[in-house]
Design a protein around this ligand. Structure first.
Ligand code: NAD
Length: 256
Protein backbone atom coordinates (compact mmCIF):
# COMPACT_ATOMS: atom_id res chain seq x y z
CA UNK A 1 0.00 0.00 0.00
CA UNK A 2 2.86 2.45 0.76
CA UNK A 3 5.30 1.36 -1.94
CA UNK A 4 7.28 4.35 -3.22
CA UNK A 5 6.48 6.44 -0.15
CA UNK A 6 9.06 7.48 2.45
CA UNK A 7 8.40 7.51 6.18
CA UNK A 8 10.59 9.28 8.71
CA UNK A 9 10.03 8.02 12.25
CA UNK A 10 11.75 9.92 15.06
CA UNK A 11 12.97 7.92 18.05
CA UNK A 12 12.74 4.68 16.08
CA UNK A 13 15.78 2.78 17.36
CA UNK A 14 13.56 1.32 20.10
CA UNK A 15 10.04 0.62 21.34
CA UNK A 16 6.98 2.19 19.74
CA UNK A 17 8.91 4.09 17.04
CA UNK A 18 10.60 0.91 15.83
CA UNK A 19 7.23 -0.91 15.89
CA UNK A 20 5.67 1.80 13.72
CA UNK A 21 8.67 1.90 11.35
CA UNK A 22 8.45 -1.89 10.85
CA UNK A 23 4.67 -1.72 10.24
CA UNK A 24 5.11 1.01 7.60
CA UNK A 25 8.01 -0.93 6.01
CA UNK A 26 5.79 -4.03 5.80
CA UNK A 27 3.48 -1.90 3.65
CA UNK A 28 6.40 -1.05 1.37
CA UNK A 29 7.47 2.39 2.63
CA UNK A 30 11.14 3.31 2.63
CA UNK A 31 12.19 4.29 6.12
CA UNK A 32 14.38 6.94 7.73
CA UNK A 33 15.22 5.88 11.27
CA UNK A 34 16.33 8.22 14.06
CA UNK A 35 17.22 7.82 17.71
CA UNK A 36 20.03 6.99 20.08
CA UNK A 37 21.71 3.68 20.90
CA UNK A 38 22.17 0.80 18.49
CA UNK A 39 21.03 1.81 15.00
CA UNK A 40 22.52 -1.18 13.12
CA UNK A 41 20.06 -3.74 14.55
CA UNK A 42 16.93 -1.70 13.73
CA UNK A 43 18.33 -0.85 10.26
CA UNK A 44 18.85 -4.55 9.54
CA UNK A 45 15.31 -5.39 10.78
CA UNK A 46 13.80 -2.82 8.41
CA UNK A 47 16.04 -3.78 5.48
CA UNK A 48 14.99 -7.45 5.90
CA UNK A 49 11.48 -6.35 4.85
CA UNK A 50 12.83 -5.46 1.39
CA UNK A 51 12.59 -1.66 1.59
CA UNK A 52 15.30 0.99 1.58
CA UNK A 53 16.42 2.27 4.96
CA UNK A 54 18.56 5.19 6.12
CA UNK A 55 19.47 6.45 9.57
CA UNK A 56 20.10 9.93 10.96
CA UNK A 57 21.16 10.44 14.57
CA UNK A 58 19.73 13.96 15.08
CA UNK A 59 19.20 14.92 18.70
CA UNK A 60 15.53 15.89 18.66
CA UNK A 61 16.09 18.53 21.33
CA UNK A 62 18.18 20.53 18.82
CA UNK A 63 16.31 22.39 16.03
CA UNK A 64 19.45 22.68 13.85
CA UNK A 65 19.96 18.90 13.95
CA UNK A 66 16.28 18.31 13.12
CA UNK A 67 16.74 20.55 10.08
CA UNK A 68 19.81 18.55 9.01
CA UNK A 69 17.84 15.31 9.38
CA UNK A 70 14.97 16.59 7.22
CA UNK A 71 17.45 17.69 4.52
CA UNK A 72 19.19 14.30 4.76
CA UNK A 73 15.87 12.44 4.32
CA UNK A 74 14.95 14.52 1.27
CA UNK A 75 18.40 13.95 -0.23
CA UNK A 76 18.13 10.17 0.35
CA UNK A 77 14.59 9.55 -0.90
CA UNK A 78 13.31 12.73 -2.62
CA UNK A 79 10.89 13.74 0.10
CA UNK A 80 9.22 12.67 3.34
CA UNK A 81 5.62 11.55 2.70
CA UNK A 82 4.93 10.23 6.19
CA UNK A 83 6.31 11.89 9.31
CA UNK A 84 5.93 10.10 12.64
CA UNK A 85 6.83 12.36 15.57
CA UNK A 86 7.58 9.76 18.21
CA UNK A 87 10.82 10.55 20.08
CA UNK A 88 10.18 10.98 23.76
CA UNK A 89 11.55 10.72 27.27
CA UNK A 90 10.04 10.61 30.74
CA UNK A 91 10.95 11.96 34.17
CA UNK A 92 8.93 11.38 37.31
CA UNK A 93 8.96 13.84 40.24
CA UNK A 94 6.61 16.20 42.06
CA UNK A 95 6.56 19.74 40.63
CA UNK A 96 8.36 21.27 43.63
CA UNK A 97 11.20 18.77 43.11
CA UNK A 98 11.18 18.70 39.30
CA UNK A 99 14.59 19.57 37.83
CA UNK A 100 14.53 22.54 35.46
CA UNK A 101 16.91 20.74 33.11
CA UNK A 102 14.53 17.71 32.88
CA UNK A 103 11.54 20.03 32.31
CA UNK A 104 13.32 21.78 29.42
CA UNK A 105 14.49 18.48 27.90
CA UNK A 106 11.00 16.93 27.98
CA UNK A 107 9.34 20.02 26.47
CA UNK A 108 12.02 20.13 23.73
CA UNK A 109 12.07 16.42 22.87
CA UNK A 110 8.43 15.45 23.46
CA UNK A 111 6.76 18.60 22.09
CA UNK A 112 8.89 21.20 20.30
CA UNK A 113 10.59 18.57 18.13
CA UNK A 114 7.18 17.73 16.64
CA UNK A 115 6.68 21.39 15.71
CA UNK A 116 10.13 21.60 14.08
CA UNK A 117 9.84 18.36 12.09
CA UNK A 118 6.28 19.25 11.04
CA UNK A 119 7.12 22.78 9.87
CA UNK A 120 10.00 21.39 7.80
CA UNK A 121 8.03 18.45 6.35
CA UNK A 122 4.87 20.34 5.38
CA UNK A 123 6.01 22.29 2.27
CA UNK A 124 6.91 19.12 0.29
CA UNK A 125 3.73 17.35 1.45
CA UNK A 126 1.62 20.36 0.43
CA UNK A 127 3.35 20.52 -2.98
CA UNK A 128 2.58 16.80 -3.53
CA UNK A 129 -0.94 17.21 -2.10
CA UNK A 130 -0.38 14.07 -0.02
CA UNK A 131 1.13 13.58 3.37
CA UNK A 132 0.57 11.92 6.70
CA UNK A 133 1.78 13.36 9.99
CA UNK A 134 1.31 11.07 12.94
CA UNK A 135 2.13 12.39 16.39
CA UNK A 136 2.75 9.79 19.06
CA UNK A 137 1.20 11.63 22.00
CA UNK A 138 -0.02 9.59 24.97
CA UNK A 139 -3.00 9.08 27.14
CA UNK A 140 -1.19 11.83 29.06
CA UNK A 141 -2.15 14.13 26.18
CA UNK A 142 -5.74 13.71 27.38
CA UNK A 143 -5.56 13.20 31.15
CA UNK A 144 -2.99 13.87 33.87
CA UNK A 145 -1.07 11.72 36.33
CA UNK A 146 0.75 12.97 39.42
CA UNK A 147 4.53 13.45 39.17
CA UNK A 148 4.52 13.77 35.36
CA UNK A 149 4.10 17.54 34.95
CA UNK A 150 6.47 18.06 32.02
CA UNK A 151 5.36 14.93 30.20
CA UNK A 152 1.63 15.70 30.62
CA UNK A 153 2.15 19.35 29.58
CA UNK A 154 4.19 18.31 26.52
CA UNK A 155 1.71 15.62 25.45
CA UNK A 156 -1.30 17.95 25.83
CA UNK A 157 0.70 20.36 23.66
CA UNK A 158 1.23 17.68 21.04
CA UNK A 159 -2.51 16.97 20.91
CA UNK A 160 -3.11 20.70 20.39
CA UNK A 161 -0.45 20.90 17.68
CA UNK A 162 -2.10 17.91 15.98
CA UNK A 163 -5.43 19.72 15.75
CA UNK A 164 -3.91 22.92 14.35
CA UNK A 165 -1.80 21.02 11.80
CA UNK A 166 -4.91 19.12 10.69
CA UNK A 167 -6.98 22.31 10.40
CA UNK A 168 -4.37 24.28 8.47
CA UNK A 169 -4.24 21.48 5.88
CA UNK A 170 -7.87 20.36 6.01
CA UNK A 171 -8.64 21.02 2.34
CA UNK A 172 -5.51 19.22 1.13
CA UNK A 173 -4.31 15.63 0.99
CA UNK A 174 -2.20 16.19 4.09
CA UNK A 175 -3.64 14.78 7.31
CA UNK A 176 -2.38 14.97 10.88
CA UNK A 177 -3.52 12.78 13.75
CA UNK A 178 -2.27 11.73 17.18
CA UNK A 179 -1.99 8.30 18.72
CA UNK A 180 -2.53 8.12 22.48
CA UNK A 181 -1.23 4.87 23.95
CA UNK A 182 -1.78 3.79 27.52
CA UNK A 183 0.96 1.57 28.95
CA UNK A 184 3.32 -0.03 26.42
CA UNK A 185 6.12 -2.21 27.79
CA UNK A 186 9.14 -0.42 26.28
CA UNK A 187 12.41 0.67 27.96
CA UNK A 188 10.64 3.96 28.88
CA UNK A 189 8.04 2.11 30.96
CA UNK A 190 10.36 -0.67 32.17
CA UNK A 191 12.29 2.04 34.06
CA UNK A 192 9.05 3.03 35.85
CA UNK A 193 8.30 -0.62 36.70
CA UNK A 194 11.84 -1.05 38.06
CA UNK A 195 11.53 2.12 40.17
CA UNK A 196 8.19 0.94 41.60
CA UNK A 197 9.65 -2.49 42.45
CA UNK A 198 12.69 -0.92 44.14
CA UNK A 199 10.68 1.70 46.07
CA UNK A 200 8.26 -0.87 47.49
CA UNK A 201 10.63 -3.83 47.74
CA UNK A 202 8.35 -5.94 45.56
CA UNK A 203 9.06 -8.20 42.57
CA UNK A 204 9.09 -6.92 39.02
CA UNK A 205 6.01 -9.01 38.28
CA UNK A 206 4.09 -7.54 41.23
CA UNK A 207 5.15 -4.01 40.22
CA UNK A 208 3.94 -4.63 36.67
CA UNK A 209 0.54 -5.87 37.90
CA UNK A 210 0.22 -2.84 40.18
CA UNK A 211 1.16 -0.42 37.39
CA UNK A 212 -1.48 -1.84 35.03
CA UNK A 213 -4.08 -2.22 37.80
CA UNK A 214 -3.88 1.45 38.79
CA UNK A 215 -4.87 2.81 35.38
CA UNK A 216 -5.58 0.25 32.68
CA UNK A 217 -8.80 -1.81 33.05
CA UNK A 218 -7.74 -4.37 30.41
CA UNK A 219 -4.69 -5.21 32.59
CA UNK A 220 -2.79 -5.61 29.32
CA UNK A 221 -0.04 -3.60 27.70
CA UNK A 222 -0.70 -2.15 24.24
CA UNK A 223 2.01 -3.44 21.87
CA UNK A 224 4.19 -1.54 19.38
CA UNK A 225 2.72 -3.86 16.70
CA UNK A 226 -0.84 -2.74 17.53
CA UNK A 227 0.25 0.91 17.41
CA UNK A 228 1.99 0.21 14.09
CA UNK A 229 -1.30 -1.08 12.66
CA UNK A 230 -3.07 2.12 13.71
CA UNK A 231 -0.36 4.18 12.01
CA UNK A 232 -0.85 2.11 8.84
CA UNK A 233 -4.59 2.82 9.00
CA UNK A 234 -3.94 6.58 9.18
CA UNK A 235 -1.81 6.21 6.03
CA UNK A 236 -4.41 4.15 4.16
CA UNK A 237 -7.00 5.60 1.76
CA UNK A 238 -9.65 4.95 4.44
CA UNK A 239 -7.80 7.40 6.67
CA UNK A 240 -8.23 10.24 4.18
CA UNK A 241 -10.84 12.14 6.16
CA UNK A 242 -9.57 11.32 9.66
CA UNK A 243 -8.18 14.70 10.64
CA UNK A 244 -7.01 16.04 13.96
CA UNK A 245 -8.05 13.10 16.12
CA UNK A 246 -6.34 11.94 19.29
CA UNK A 247 -6.94 8.20 19.11
CA UNK A 248 -6.49 6.24 22.30
CA UNK A 249 -5.20 2.70 22.46
CA UNK A 250 -5.33 2.50 26.20
CA UNK A 251 -7.10 -0.62 27.46
CA UNK A 252 -9.97 1.54 28.72
CA UNK A 253 -7.80 4.00 30.72
CA UNK A 254 -9.83 7.08 29.70
CA UNK A 255 -13.20 5.30 29.55
CA UNK A 256 -13.32 5.36 33.34
P1 NAD B 1 11.70 4.16 24.18
O1 NAD B 1 12.55 4.67 25.28
O2 NAD B 1 11.66 2.70 23.90
O3 NAD B 1 12.04 4.90 22.81
C1 NAD B 1 12.29 6.27 22.75
C2 NAD B 1 13.01 6.55 21.47
O4 NAD B 1 13.29 7.96 21.42
C3 NAD B 1 14.37 5.85 21.38
O5 NAD B 1 14.61 5.49 20.04
C4 NAD B 1 15.34 6.93 21.83
O6 NAD B 1 16.65 6.75 21.33
C5 NAD B 1 14.68 8.14 21.20
N1 NAD B 1 15.11 9.40 21.80
C6 NAD B 1 15.12 9.78 23.10
N2 NAD B 1 15.63 11.02 23.20
C7 NAD B 1 15.94 11.43 21.95
C8 NAD B 1 16.50 12.61 21.40
N3 NAD B 1 16.86 13.65 22.17
N4 NAD B 1 16.70 12.66 20.07
C9 NAD B 1 16.37 11.63 19.27
N5 NAD B 1 15.84 10.49 19.73
C10 NAD B 1 15.62 10.39 21.06
O7 NAD B 1 10.25 4.71 24.53
P2 NAD B 1 8.81 4.41 23.91
O8 NAD B 1 7.97 3.94 25.03
O9 NAD B 1 8.89 3.61 22.66
O10 NAD B 1 8.33 5.90 23.59
C11 NAD B 1 8.11 6.38 22.29
C12 NAD B 1 7.04 7.45 22.34
O11 NAD B 1 5.81 6.88 22.80
C13 NAD B 1 7.38 8.59 23.30
O12 NAD B 1 6.98 9.82 22.73
C14 NAD B 1 6.52 8.27 24.51
O13 NAD B 1 6.20 9.42 25.23
C15 NAD B 1 5.31 7.68 23.85
N6 NAD B 1 4.47 6.86 24.73
C16 NAD B 1 4.97 5.75 25.35
C17 NAD B 1 4.13 5.00 26.17
C18 NAD B 1 4.60 3.77 26.88
O14 NAD B 1 3.83 3.25 27.71
N7 NAD B 1 5.77 3.25 26.59
C19 NAD B 1 2.80 5.39 26.35
C20 NAD B 1 2.34 6.53 25.70
C21 NAD B 1 3.19 7.25 24.88
Amino acid sequence: MLKGKTALVTGSTSGIGLGIALALAREGANIVLNGFGDAQGPQAEVAALGVKVAYHGADMSKPAEIEEMMKFAAAQFGRVDILVNNAGIQHVARIENFSIERWDAIIAINMSSAFHATRLALPAMQAADWGRIINVASIHGLVGSAEKSAYVAAKHGVVGLTKVTALENATTGVTCNAICPGWVLTPLVQKQVDAKAAAQGISNEAATKQLLGEKEPSLQFTTPEELGSLAVFFCSPAGNNVRGVAWNMDGGWTAQ
